[in-house]
Design a protein around this ligand. Structure first.
Ligand SMILES: O=C1O[C@H](COP(=O)(O)O)[C@@H](O)[C@H](O)[C@H]1O
Length: 232
């Protein structure tokens, strides 16, 4: 499915423009189905967007928020994506939203993935909105080059749900929604910032193995069009 690039002059304009787009889609979902769902990424990029979205007018009590991926760490760990979302998105008007974490207190990441898959089933398919990020190595969600479960995570036949991932560039073991869970979102966004990420995107758009740059799976095979939000 073709991708569309939405280029902004700076990060603040992007945060506001993306918050407007997401608000519109979540509102439409509430009107159509009385509920709305959004899965967001962690990392350093989405903070300003989260803050902009948190003050938007919306019936947040009808919105379920979850994560595209998470580190296998509790929510008080400074590297937790849950912590980032709690501090920046689940504030202001968005405090009323329901949050479903991927991290579960359990003996192993595999057990946590099973529990999180069961917990998040209630959200319903497909997600109304998915916001992906991308690392400089071409990973998205926790689909890391060289990842322990990369082939399964990217296989369209792998069911919706959460899978574990370990990889050299990942730090802690990860929990990530599978490709099949994310690729048909009603609004599928790739949010990237900076010249370096634009260069990474250009490289990903060239011929090459998906396993080398897993973002290629999304760019090439997602059922939904990919809306790329970028600012320098
Ligand atoms: O590890 C992760 O990194 C990517 C990109 O993060 P950024 O710091 O370069 O913005 C992110 O999309 C993913 O959710 C996160 O777990």
């Amino acid at each position: 499915m073709a991708a569309t690039l939405h280029a902004f002059t700076n990060a603040a304009e992007l945060a506001s423009g993306l918050a407007d787009k997401v608000t519109e889609r979540l509102s439409a979902a509430i009107t159509a189905r009385a509920t709305a769902s959004i899965a967001v990424s962690g990392g350093s990029t989405p903070k300003a967007f989260f803050q902009a979205l948190s003050v938007r007018d919306l019936d947040w009590s009808k919105v379920t928020v979850t994560l595209v991926d998470e580190r296998f760490v509790p929510a008080d760990n400074e590297r937790s994506n849950h912590l980032l979302v709690a501090n920046n998105l689940l504030q202001n008007k968005a405090k009323a939203a329901r949050f479903l974490p991927l991290y579960q207190k359990s003996g192993s990441a595999e057990d946590a993935a099973r529990l999180a898959t069961a917990e998040t089933k209630a959200i319903g398919n497909p997600f109304d909105v998915v916001i992906l990020g991308m690392g400089g190595d071409g990973h998205t969600a926790s689909f890391f080059p060289g990842g322990s479960n990369l082939a399964a995570a990217l296989d369209p036949a792998t069911p919706r749900g959460i899978i574990t991932m370990e990889a050299q560039g990942a730090g802690e073991p990860r929990l990530t929604f599978t490709f099949s869970s994310l690729q048909d979102a009603r609004l599928l966004v790739l949010h990237i910032e900076g010249a370096g990420k634009k260069d990474t995107l250009a490289k990903a758009e060239e011929a090459g193995e998906e396993a080398e740059m897993p973002i290629r799976a999304v760019l090439r095979r997602a059922a939904s069009p990919v809306e790329i939000y970028w600012a320098p």
